[in-house]
Design a protein around this ligand. Sequence first.
Ligand code: ADP
Length: 199
Amino acid sequence: MSVTRVVLLGPPGSGKGTQAVGLALSLGVPTISTGAIFRANLSSGTALGVEAQKYMSAGELVPDSVTDAMVRSRLAEPDAAGGWVLDGYPRNLAQVSALDALLAESGLAVEVALELTVPEEAIVSRLAKRASIEGREDDTESVIRHRIAVYEEQTAPIASVYRSRGLLRSVDALGSVEEVGVRLLAAARGDGCGCSCGG
Ligand code: ADP
């Protein structure tokens, strides 16, 4: 049976946003990316965007109250009824609990958490390259370093929670977009994936 409720984890620069889109297409579900929703709100000048920008430009997490409410309303949209790939959420332990509680209201739960692994040197060079292409305000070197630190401190512990539930599968994120995409889909499906999940 195909999984449809997937959490994608990985440090900034792991290619998570790109892979989330490809994986969601393969699974036939929407991608829900909190970073992309914040950026869309910012470019259209909503109050949510203005609020989020204060944190994003500094590489800090947007407060949970704001993010959790945004995810709640996005998951209530009709296209999310059959599942999703979550990109960038949950991002700390409190958000894991908020997501659990939200899904439990509908008798649902996360089915698999996929973690993209990548060495730190690769992260910094990938993000520096993206900065020159996309011009994202939070891709300057000092903000990148801070985002990596926030990831290590607040987001990396999430993997242990999903591991303890038997839901975590780690995927090597070094390689071409296509190669990583194939590994990720195999891990999502639980095929012999050659990753550290034992699948
Ligand atoms: P990256 O993973 O490359 O840092 P994202 O697009 O996922 O990029 O996130 C960009 C910024 O958006 C984060 O640094 C943070 O400020 C904000 N953000 C995204 N998702 C969340 C979240 N779940 N909770 C709080 N802040 C978030």
